[in-house]
Design a protein around this ligand. Structure first.
Ligand code: PLP
Length: 374
């Protein structure tokens, strides 16, 4: 049997699945365009990197740690540390090889073919791809024209038929965030048949902002099933190690997801590094301040160029560049600048740029100005 014939017999939702746009690596752009330096501003990575405490711990692990043993399948030490800080039952928690892993596990645990999932557009690609991979039907509610959440439209879209509502707050890619009263208003309209998946990948950047919701408290007030996700990839600067965590409304939900996941999904080095990172909140605070200062500098520079970025309380800016963003981003690669042109229908003139180091932010502005409008 040819591979084509074999593939024809597979599930239609897998055959039709779009690929996630993971962006280009710095190495690829350096080699392909012959540029000495790459400003990698397409993936919302932390320009400060990991904390010095994590680096010191890793150096020690490579000499003293054992690589022959399986990691702790329950992430026990990391679990107690985070559960205590968040004041949740450790049994409500679960861990993923990045929070992406938890998104996939949630889709496999809670969704069946034909189930309705509601999310927003522009969206974080995996909020659509994973539900689709298990045959769910994803309905996307557009953000408002001013790039804020359209809470009224979300409320109109949800019904007892909705199996899952997926929101990233702050929004990736837009950067805006729902405040506490909007979040309450939305949750009040959701049926208890719907699992609310609240993705706070950028929580640390927004947590100290006036009006930013205490999402855990608000989710707990509701009588809905919910899953809150956070990650070590962004403000903690550990994207390479892949650690995300979730808090579920009930230990029973976490238990189901634990049966679906692979048992050793967080490697031992990552578990230890995440625990060290979690205890270094000074590094997180410094990373958040770097992002805030760089973001406001970039915003001002873009406004000077006639561009109006969306409100952002995260480590990136999203804006309409009023031309084909993929082509513009392609030309910017020649300057060694990687950004993320948006590809979803209706948003092809938009791009998202991460806030990087001071030098890389300036390179982005220079390149954007030089390459635009052709
Ligand atoms: C970056 C990001 C994630 C994934 O983070 P990992 O923990 O690295 O898998 C999840 N959700 C959103 C909205 C993100 O932007």
């Amino acid at each position: 049997m040819s591979v084509t014939a074999f593939i024809e017999n597979l599930r239609a939702e897998v055959r039709g699945l779009p690929a996630y746009n993971a962006g280009l690596s710095g190495e690829f752009v350096r080699a392909r365009y012959g540029v000495p330096h790459v400003a990698k501003l397409g993936s919302n990575e932390n320009p400060r990197g990991a904390s010095a405490a994590v680096l010191a711990h890793l150096a020690e692990f490579t000499t003293a740690g054992t690589l022959a043993l399986y990691p702790d399948p329950s992430c026990g030490a990391l679990r107690s540390l985070i559960a205590e800080r968040l004041a949740v039952d450790p049994e409500q928690m679960l861990f993923g090889n990045g929070s992406e892993d938890l998104l996939a596990i949630a889709a496999h645990t809670f969704l069946a073919p034909g189930d309705e999932v509601i999310t927003v557009i522009p969206s974080f690609g995996l909020h659509i791809i994973y539900p689709q991979s298990v045959g769910a039907e994803v309905v996307t509610v557009p953000m408002r024209a001013d790039f804020e959440f359209d809470v009224d439209a979300l409320i109109a879209a949800v019904s007892p038929r909705t199996r899952m509502l997926i929101i990233s707050n702050p929004s990736n890619p837009v950067g805006c965030a729902m405040d506490a009263s909007e979040m309450r208003r939305l949750l009040n309209a959701v049926s208890p048949r719907t699992l609310v998946l609240w993705d706070e990948a950028y929580f640390e950047y927004a947590a100290d902002k006036d009006g930013y919701p205490d999402s855990l408290a608000i989710l707990r007030e509701s009588d809905l099933p919910w899953l809150l996700l956070r990650t070590f990839s962004k403000a903690y600067g550990l994207a390479a190690l892949r650690v995300g965590y979730g808090v579920a409304s009930a230990p029973e939900l976490a238990g189901l997801m634990n049966r679906v996941r692979t048992p050793f999904n967080i490697n031992q080095i990552a578990q230890q590094a995440a625990a060290v990172a979690f205890n270094d909140q000074a590094h997180v605070a410094a990373s958040v301040e770097t992002a805030r200062a760089g973001r406001e500098w970039m915003r001002t520079a873009l406004i000077r160029l006639g561009i109006n970025p969306a409100r952002s309380c995260a480590n990136f800016l999203f804006f309409d560049c009023r031309e084909d963003a993929a082509k513009l981003a392609g030309r910017m690669l020649e300057d060694g600048v990687i950004v993320k042109p948006w590809r979803e229908a209706g948003y092809e003139t938009c791009m998202r740029v991460s806030v990087g180091s001071t030098g890389d932010n300036a390179l982005f502005i220079e390149s954007f100005e030089r390459r635009r409008g052709r």
